[in-house]
Ligand binder design. Structure first.
Ligand code: IPE
Ligand code: IPE
Ligand code: MG
Length: 253
């Protein structure tokens, strides 16, 4: 096996192990949840934070080690300023309210996405959350905020190109592993399972590099209604899947 086969485990045609180490979630449907109740979209986002809290707790209990959640995309800037402000406000409140508890519970927080252009108060809170949980290693919570897969890849490429220019890295040594070490997800396994709620069947620019071999599970449920039972269902579906990583099926002659 060449070093470029890094994404495949040594037993590359193994079936999925029962509990995925890393789950990624596209938390979608807050707006429709609110619309259906005649509430402002921001109310849906607020309830979405409750669903996130439930999900972090359930994921830890189930034995998942890494949870990456999509909470604001680089394309979400196209929404009205009032909604963007509400979403930024919710991240701030979440960090302020939950950081102490998450820290005690051994959760290591990482915020992935573009930092440049974020308001100073948010950037400060994000840095604080990462700094204060830097020594934790029981559970890894990655919040994708101002995140876009293409933006992440372009930003990684700029840093990589600068290292080639300065002589720190030789262009012929650029492998998949080296490239991945420039991404925001450095030192993390790729997501085994990617869940999207709200009945949409697309990635919307989420983890484009990392999800190359993720198992995809889609639910119709709107994110504010997501709970442990859906997480367990997704894990059950995942455990029935056969991950082949390009190899032939185990059972084939
Ligand atoms: C997901 O819910 C949260 C974000 C994208 C920030 P939406 O706000 O996209 O909800 P819908 O898709 O409009 O229902
Ligand atoms: C994806 O949802 C982004 C987040 C969940 C944060 P969107 O609602 O923005 O995706 P599209 O626009 O339906 O593709
Ligand atoms: Mg949406």
């Amino acid at each position: 096996m060449s070093t470029d086969d890094a994404s495949a485990p040594s037993d590359s045609h193994a079936g999925a192990s029962r509990v995925p180490a890393h789950i990624a979630i596209i938390m979608d449907g807050n707006g429709r949840w609110a619309n259906a109740r005649g509430l402002p979209r921001a109310a849906g986002h607020e309830r979405g934070v409750e669903a996130l809290r439930r999900t972090v707790e359930a994921a830890g209990q189930i034995g998942v080690r890494y949870l990456t959640v999509y909470s604001f995309s680089t394309e979400n800037w196209r929404r009205p300023a009032s909604e963007v402000n509400a979403l930024f406000g919710l991240l701030k409140t979440f960090i302020k309210k939950d950081l102490g508890r998450l820290k005690k519970e051994g959760v290591k927080i990482r915020v992935i996405g573009k930092r440049q252009g974020l308001p100073d108060d948010i950037a400060g809170l994000v840095e604080r959350a990462e700094r204060e949980t830097a020594d934790n290693a029981d559970f890894y919570l990655n919040i994708a905020f101002n995140y876009g897969g293409r933006e992440e890849i372009a930003r990684a490429s700029r840093r990589l190109a600068a290292d080639v220019e300065s002589g720190k890295l030789a262009s012929e040594n650029v492998t998949e592993d080296i490239f991945a070490s420039y991404l925001d997800t450095v030192d993390m396994p790729d997501p085994d399972l990617l869940i999207r709620t709200s009945g949409e069947y697309r990635l919307s620019n989420f983890l484009l590099w990392q999800a190359a071999y993720s198992e995809l599970v889609f639910f119709d449920v709107l994110w504010p209604d997501f709970d442990r039972s859906f997480l367990e269902k997704a894990v059950a579906i995942y455990s029935e899947r056969e991950r082949r990583f390009g190899a032939v099926s185990k059972g084939s002659a």
